[in-house]
Ligand binder design. Structure first.
Ligand code: GCU
Length: 333
């Protein structure tokens, strides 16, 4: 089904549900649903594999009443658009980069700051701890109809460019694609580049045509999006341990039977552990592939970049909520 057809159907079903007194599309939320799930990655990305394994687990523990149907390759839209569709309930669930939630609630910026997480294991432990995250995860329910379930790591994000870059000075004047968020823009500008916000799906062509001089992402995205063909230098800046939130339409979650909600949570924790392992394996495999395809990987002294990033973290820790969340996360490091 192409995206327009899907959205027309979703809109039509929504309108029909309104007329018929909120009769949902498939059964009622208490009974179960195969949830429409949006992902902006290719089918060879580890998040796709982890989500499909989650579907199997979820179906098994709920007697086939609950599941997820993953639409990969951003066929349902880019993340900025899809997050709204989840709020409306036209799409049930999605993987949404941390930077996109920043635009809905500035407290989410804390999760995207350089230095907030020491690494993947610290990040996974913190983000599955609802005593730390619970308030933030439910903060968009009333305003946007979105609940965060947890996150998949994006691992360390690194720079990649058309010409070699090992220092902030070499990055000067280079147009570097970033995600559409204040923190992402500030990080690259602080590192010395000229941050250029742009949706994920437009990066390959922009690199190829010379509109961009580079971008930044983890090894897995760099390889699966084939950006390695058009920006041949990969510099290990590790300026951010990125994360992708798993969001669900709040009404759907609230409508689950308590036993199903419990099974859903336990199943999520298994999916999270599975994704983390897959992520580590696939990052190693992506690095091998980069070398096999002739990419130059620059291992650098990160100090000059780290020093420039420090003020960015401080700039965003201004509200009480942001500061206490940051401190709580650092205590777990
Ligand atoms: C990573 C991340 C995506 C995000 C992308 C981007 O691939 O997993 O959720 O959209 O980076 O840079 O836009």
């Amino acid at each position: 089904m192409d995206r327009r057809t899907f959205l027309a159907l979703a809109g039509g079903a929504g309108a029909a549900a309104g007329l018929a007194g909120c009769t949902p599309l498939i059964g009622s939320p208490e009974e179960g649903k195969v949830m429409i799930f949006s992902l902006n990655q290719t089918t060879d990305h580890p998040s796709y594999a982890a989500l499909n394994a989650w579907n199997d687990d979820l179906a098994a523990v709920t007697g086939e009443r609950w599941g997820i149907d993953v639409y990969a390759n951003a066929t349902l839209g880019g993340q900025q658009e899809v997050v709204m569709l989840v709020g409306d309930g036209a799409v049930d669930m999605a993987v949404i980069s941390g930077t996109a939630l920043e635009n809905l609630n500035p407290d989410y910026r804390t999760m995207n700051l350089p230095g907030v997480f020491d690494g993947i294991d610290h990040q996974v432990a913190v983000t599955n701890n609802l005593a730390i995250m619970g308030e933030l995860y439910s903060s968009l329910e009333e305003s946007h109809g979105i609940t965060v379930v947890g996150m998949f790591t994006q691992g360390a994000r690194n720079l990649y460019t058309t010409a070699p870059v090992e220092t902030p000075e070499q990055l000067s004047g280079m147009r570097i694609r970033v995600q559409e968020s204040d923190v992402a823009i500030d990080m690259i500008n602080a590192m010395g580049g000229a941050a250029t916000p742009m949706p994920y799906g437009e990066v390959y062509t922009a690199l190829q045509s010379g509109i961009l001089d580079g971008a930044e992402n983890n090894e897995v995205s760099y390889v699966t999006q084939r950006h390695l063909e058009v920006a041949r230098h990969y510099t290990l800046t590790a300026h951010q341990v990125g994360l992708d939130f798993i969001v669900v339409h709040s009404g759907l979650l609230a409508g689950m039977r308590p036993a199903d909600a419990e099974a859903f949570r336990a199943s999520w924790l298994r999916a999270s552990a599975n994704h983390t392992q897959l992520w580590k394996d696939e990052t190693a495999a992506a690095t091998e592939q980069m070398l096999a395809e002739g990419v130059t990987i620059h291992e650098i002294d990160r100090t000059p970049f780290v020093e420039r990033l420090q003020p960015v973290a401080e700039r965003y820790l201004t509200s009480d909520v942001a500061r206490s969340l940051y401190e709580r996360i650092r205590q777990e490091a």
